[in-house]
Design a protein around this ligand. Structure first.
Ligand code: PMP
Length: 308
């Protein structure tokens, strides 16, 4: 759970650390949802903090900017933004934290903006992370509803980009799921195949194999990639293929993966109990390995961790 910014929190804005209260942008900034962002976790490591897959998240931020045509590469080099993310954690003396870099134009006033006259802004916010109720729910497993909202066609919104506007569908789907008494939603694509959750990728386990949809209509999740890496090392066969909601209902296990949700078991989908109604053995093995890796407790962890 992301905590609110406390007074005096320092944020990185266009190259300088400023107090959150003083980080001003134009009223027009972020209009039409035209911008890109990242969500990165850092875990307390003694007096320091271990940021998980920081370079991979930063690389995805650049890919997202490239997809939308935002000239991020012209203003900042990836190592500047990696350093900015390390700095906001270090200068705010954060342990468990959530990082959110944003890239946006300061003032898109029309649908055909003269972008050569606009300034590209980059902000990096780091907020404390507290496990809270979401952690407990994740341990028990969550109840999920198939959404009536359809994941956009890949020619409508460019889903490989982690773009602000893409999240409208997720916000609507989550609200619908919560109103129906579920914890989260799974979105299908325009042909009815499973894509992902509102803010997470989805996996199912069938007969010991791991199935996950391809990333044509889902975000190329970094946690998803970490799980695929684990599966390879654990000799679990993976099928990256399209599947439908009946495969979800009859799965032995199901789980979400994401930077915020880590590995979250799904215990119920549309009123049907999945497996035995608790996280199954494959899910819990992967969840434990993930929890140990992000905290630097496995041999392989070092390649993914940046210490602040
Ligand atoms: N899909 C969506 C729509 C998301 O917002 C997220 C969270 N960033 C994910 C998948 C999972 O991505 P990651 O593992 O990189 O956090």
């Amino acid at each position: 759970m992301i905590e609110s910014p406390s007074p005096g929190l320092l944020v990185w804005l266009d190259g300088a650390l400023v107090r959150h209260e003083d980080a001003h942008t134009a009223l027009w900034a972020n209009h039409y949802g035209f911008g890109v962002f990242e969500g990165v976790r850092a875990y307390r490591a003694g007096k320091r903090s271990a940021v998980f897959r920081l370079c991979d998240h930063t690389a995805r931020l650049y890919r997202s900017a490239q997809i939308l045509g935002l000239p991020l590469r012209d203003s900042w080099k990836p190592h500047d933004l990696v350093q900015a993310q390390v700095d906001v954690i270090r200068e705010n003396r954060l342990g468990d934290a959530y990082l959110r870099p944003f890239v946006f134009y300061d003032g898109v006033r029309g649908l055909s903006p003269h972008t050569d006259q606009l300034t590209l802004r980059v902000a990096v916010l780091a907020l404390p992370w507290a496990e809270g109720a979401s952690g407990a729910a994740a341990e028990r497993g969550i109840r999920v509803k198939t959404s009536t909202y359809v994941r956009s066609h890949p020619n409508s919104l460019l889903l490989r980009a982690k773009a602000n506007g893409n999240y409208m569908t997720s916000i609507l789907a989550l609200a619908e799921a919560k109103a129906a008494g579920a914890d989260d939603a799974i979105l299908l694509d325009h042909e009815g195949f499973v894509t992902e959750g509102t803010g997470a990728n989805v996996f199912i386990v069938r007969h010991g194999e791991l199935w996950t949809p391809p990333v044509t209509s889902a975000l190329e999740g970094i946690t998803r990639d970490t799980i695929l890496d684990f599966a390879q090392r654990m000799d679990i066969r993976v099928r990256e293929q399209r599947f439908a909601r009946d495969d979800l209902y009859s799965a032995d296990e199901a789980f979400f993966t994401g930077t915020a949700s880590e590995v979250t078991p799904i215990r119920e989908i549309d009123g049907r109990t999945i497996g035995r109604g608790t996280g199954g053995p494959v899910t819990s093995q992967l969840a434990k390995l993930y929890a140990a890796t992000v905290r630097g407790c496995t041999d392989e962890a070092h390649k993914w961790i940046t210490l602040t």
